[in-house]
Write a protein that binds this ligand. Structure first.
Ligand code: HEM
Length: 261
């Protein structure tokens, strides 16, 4: 008898449950792999919605973009919740199978990087050049305007003074915070009723950025809990390196303009 039924067939559950190949006998390694896979799928869920939001902005459908971003936020909260499960593993149990990971590290997650690129963090130094070739979707994404690029273009089309050097910028270049954009967001927040759709978009974008930074902060705590000050399997200083990564903010002017409000 073949191992199938309509449910198993529809979403390929048999293939899904054949994907875990622990390298040691540790039951914690199985949980670690399962959680890593769950997180990868959730990165993809968030990416799906962020990509939708970007497409809706291009069509000047601000409300639909906001709905997509709200859906992204729900999946981001689930992603953060996954750390709860990860924390069930005591540090000594992690060490039982840690060596079996070799050089494998979350830094090599192309789905995570695709999500970062799509949102607007386009730091190619974070990606091994071999990975840019091995995962062509990364390079393809760099050629497209990011979600934030599309948001700024949307604001410009709605009459807000976003400079052309930003609406026409080279999409693959890393984005640097801009004082003119900060002033645009300030104008929006000083008169939310006069700029309803821009204000709603700003609030959704900030929530996505907040949840992303929250995920990074929780990851850092897990790393301190599991490794203390040890180096990472990807070759970094571990927690010390992640602390600097934690300072990055998506949509930077939405954060900095608060000091001027
Ligand atoms: C015991 C659990 C974990 C530990 C101890 C850990 C440790 C680390 C360390 C030390 C780094 C820095 C890079 C390096 O040298 O390896 C890192 C990066 C990273 N980890 Fe984890 N990690 C854990 C679980 C996870 C899980 C489950 C995911 C999601 C699938 C994940 C995703 C990432 C990502 C995406 C980065 C890169 C961050 C960035 O570049 O902004 N980690 N991890």
């Amino acid at each position: 008898m073949s191992r199938t039924n309509p449910y198993v067939d529809y979403a390929r559950m048999d293939a899904l449950h054949a994907l875990q190949e622990p390298r040691t006998g540790s039951p914690f390694e199985m949980s670690f792999i399962l959680l890593s896979q769950v997180k990868e799928l959730l990165f993809r869920m968030v990416h799906l919605e962020v990509d939708q939001a970007r497409a809706r902005l291009r069509e000047d459908r601000g409300e639909a973009a906001c709905r997509a971003l709200s859906r992204a936020v729900r999946s981001q909260r689930v992603l953060i919740g996954c750390w709860e499960s990860m924390n069930a593993m005591p540090a000594d149990e992690f060490l039982v199978f840690r060596d079996a990971l070799g050089e494998a590290s979350g830094t090599q997650s192309f789905m995570y990087r695709l999500l970062e690129f799509t949102l607007g963090n386009r730091d190619t130094a974070m990606v091994r050049s071999a990975d840019l070739t091995a995962f062509p979707e990364l390079r393809a994404e760099l050629a497209r305007p990011s979600l934030y690029d599309e948001a700024l273009r949307y604001l410009a089309r709605s009459g807000l003074p976003v400079p052309e050097r930003l609406t026409e910028r080279e999409p693959s270049a890393p984005y640097t915070a801009d004082e003119d954009v900060e002033r645009v967001w300030l104008t929006v927040y000083r008169d939310p009723r006069g700029h309803r759709s821009a204000y709603d978009l700003a609030e959704r974008l900030l929530e996505v950025a907040y949840q992303f930074s929250h995920w990074r902060a929780a990851h850092l705590l897990v790393v301190e809990r599991m490794l203390g000050g040890k180096r990472g399997s990807g070759g970094s200083d571990g927690a010390a390196w992640l602390r600097t990564i934690n300072e990055h903010r998506f949509f930077p002017e939405l954060w900095t303009m608060r000091s001027l409000l």
